[in-house]
Write a new protein. Structure first.
Length: 94
C-alpha cells in the first residue's frame, strides 16, 4: 500500500471539524504573511533574492510560505489520528 494512502486514511480518523480548526488558522497565517510580505514569506523571498541576484520566484515563495506552517498541522493531525484509532480500538473491545 502507498505510504501517502496510509497518511490519508489516518487523517480521516480525526473528525473533520478538528482538521478544519487546525488548517484554517494556518492558511490564514500564511495568507497574512503573503499579503504583508512578512514572516516565512519574507525569509523565503530574501533567501531567493540572495541566490538569484535580487530576484525571487513568486510562485515558489508562496508555495513554501503555505507549506512551512502546514507541516506542523499535518503532524498534529497524524498524532491525533493515532489517539482516535486507539480510542476506537478500546471502544470496540468493550
Amino acid at each position: 500500500m502507498n505510504p501517502l494512502n496510509n497518511l490519508s486514511e489516518n487523517a480521516r480518523k480525526v473528525p473533520a471539524w478538528i482538521r478544519i480548526c487546525l488548517m484554517v488558522p494556518v492558511l490564514g497565517l500564511a495568507g497574512w504573511w503573503i499579503a504583508t510580505g512578512t514572516g516565512v514569506y519574507y525569509a523565503v523571498a530574501s533567501y531567493q533574492a540572495g541566490l538569484f541576484d535580487g530576484e525571487h520566484y513568486l510562485v515558489l515563495s508562496i508555495l513554501l510560505t503555505i507549506l512551512v506552517p502546514l507541516i506542523p498541522a499535518a503532524v498534529t493531525v497524524q498524532i491525533l489520528a493515532r489517539v482516535y484509532a486507539r480510542r476506537d480500538q478500546q471502544g470496540s473491545e468493550e
